[in-house]
Design a protein around this ligand. Structure first.
Ligand code: ZN
Length: 167
């Protein structure tokens, strides 16, 4: 890969291999067996606590990063579950635990994500907490490649990789 001396900085396209574990050492997520994760640095595409620790690294560098909840998915809120009546969902929609759903607050027009905990006869139990809220995240990161973003990528705020079709 080219640009081996180009470092992670604002508007860099960064490809990383990573492993994510919780404080008990349980595996949460990993790029192992997948293509590296590519992101555009400085555009809120990674959690803030991880992104700032990658600044200045270059291809081949490895780093362990520990991110507290405040720099990741926030603290866990108690009593943040709600039951949504099954009738609120299209009949052909398969709702399952672990799914993220987009909801719109009709008063503010704000769209936010909720996460399905359980499907019961009374309805769908959703949690307003992200599944990783309250968790301290332990990342093992390896920088695979760093390159300058194209002007179009910077304007869009995301990476345009080969095979990424959109607008
Ligand atoms: Zn785009």
């Amino acid at each position: 890969m080219s640009n081996s001396q180009y470092t992670v900085q604002q508007d860099a396209v960064v490809a990383i291999d990573y492993t994510l574990k919780d404080s008990n050492g349980h595996l949460i997520d990993s790029s192992e067996g997948l293509a590296p994760l590519e992101y555009l640095h400085g555009h809120n595409n990674l959690i803030p606590g991880l992104e700032k620790e990658l600044l200045g690294l270059s291809a081949g560098d490895e780093k362990q990063v520990v991110v507290p909840p405040e720099q990741a998915y926030g603290p866990r809120q108690e009593n943040a579950t709600q039951i949504i009546p099954s009738e609120a969902f299209p009949p052909d929609m398969q709702v399952e635990p672990g799914m993220a759903l987009e909801m719109r607050d009709t008063a503010t027009e704000q769209v936010f994500e909720v996460f399905v905990i359980e499907v019961t006869p009374e309805g769908v139990v959703v949690d307003f907490n992200h599944p990783l809220a309250g968790e301290t995240l332990h990342f093992d990161v390896k920088i695979v490649d760093v390159r300058p973003a194209s002007p179009e990528e910077i304007a869009h705020g995301h990476v345009h990789s080969a095979g990424h079709h959109h607008h």
